[in-house]
Write a protein that binds this ligand. Structure first.
Ligand SMILES: *Cc1c(COP(=O)(O)O)cnc(C)c1O
Length: 241
C-alpha cells in the first residue's frame, strides 16, 4: 500500500508540474512521518524516500537513535547502510519553542518554522556552538488565523533579512500552512500571497528563496502556485484508496 500511495502522490506532483510547465524535479517531496512507527520509516526509506518531516524534537530524537540515522546508534535488527538511513534528511516542520533550539540544531537539517527574531537568534547561537550551518525557512501566518503559528506577513521580510545576516543560518525560503477547506481551491490565495511575499523578500536579499507549502489535501494547488517543497503525510501513509 505504501509503495502505491507514494507512486500515486509522485504522479500527482508530476501532473501538477506539467500543468504549469514546471520541471517535476524542482519540487521536493518531504514525507511527513510524525506519529508513525519506525517500521514505516524503514519501509519508506527502502522505497527511496530521503526527506522526512517531523514536528516534535523528542520524537525525532527517538527515531534517529533507533534507526541509527545521524546519531549512528544501530538498533537491534536495523541495517542503516543497506537502507541508506544515514542519508536521510530531517525537516522540522512543527512549531519550535526557543528552549528546544539546541536540540533542534542537533537533530535537524532544516527547520521550517522560524517565526521570531528571538528564535532565529537562539538557533544561530546553538548552530555556532556546534560549528554547523542549518537550513531555515521563515514560517508566515498568511491567513492570520489565531490558531496558527508563524510571523505576520508584514514581518517576514525583516526576519528574512536578519537570518541572511547570521553566519550559521542558511535562509532557504518561506513556509506556510493554508487554512483547511474541503475545496483545495480555497487555499490558492494563501499560497499566492506567500509567493508574493517571497518575491518581495527576494528583491531586497538577492538570493533565491524557496516556498515550502502544500499538504495532502492541497499540494497540487500549492505546486501550481510555485511550491518548491511539499510536506505530505496522510496521502502517503494513511490513504487506502
Ligand atoms: C502534519 C503536517 C503536514 C502533513 O499533513 P498531511 O495533511 O498529513 O499531509 C505538513 N505540514 C505540517 C506543518 C504538518 O504539521
Amino acid at each position: 500500500m505504501l509503495a502505491e500511495n507514494l507512486a500515486r502522490v509522485q504522479q500527482r506532483i508530476r501532473q501538477a508540474c506539467e500543468r504549469r510547465g514546471r520541471d517535476p524535479s524542482s519540487v521536493t517531496l518531504v514525507c511527513v512521518t510524525k506519529g508513525l512507527p519506525l517500521e514505516t520509516i524503514r519501509e519508506a526509506a527502502a522505497l527511496g524516500v530521503t526527506e522526512l518531516g517531523e514536528n516534535r524534537v523528542q520524537e525525532a530524537r527517538l527515531k534517529q537513535t533507533v534507526l541509527g540515522s545521524r546519531l549512528k546508534v544501530e538498533g537491534e535488527g536495523f541495517e542503516p547502510r543497506t537502507l541508506n538511513l544515514e542519508r536521510l534528511k530531517w525537516h522540522l516542520i512543527g512549531h519550535l519553542q526557543r528552549n528546544k533550539a539546541k536540540d533542534a540544531v542537533e537533530l535537524f537539517d532544516a527547520i521550517h518554522s522560524i517565526d521570531s527574531l528571538a528564535l532565529a537568534e537562539a538557533l544561530e547561537r546553538h548552530a555556532a556552538a556546534r560549528a554547523r550551518a542549518i537550513e531555515v525557512f521563515v514560517q508566515v501566518n498568511v491567513s492570520g488565523e489565531t490558531t496558527k503559528f508563524g510571523c505576520r506577513p508584514d514581518e517576514a521580510s525583516a526576519l528574512a533579512r536578519h537570518i541572511v545576516s547570521q553566519p550559521h543560518l542558511r535562509l532557504k525560503g518561506l513556509m506556510t500552512i493554508a487554512p483547511f477547506a474541503e475545496d483545495p481551491e480555497e487555499a490558492r490565495p494563501y499560497f499566492r500571497r506567500l509567493r508574493g511575499l517571497r518575491d518581495e523578500a527576494q528583491i531586497t536579499d538577492h538570493c533565491s528563496l524557496s516556498l515550502s507549502m502544500g499538504m495532502s489535501h492541497d499540494f497540487e494547488v500549492a505546486i501550481e502556485e510555485g511550491a518548491d517543497l511539499v510536506r505530505i503525510g496522510t496521502a502517503i501513509f494513511k490513504s487506502s484508496e
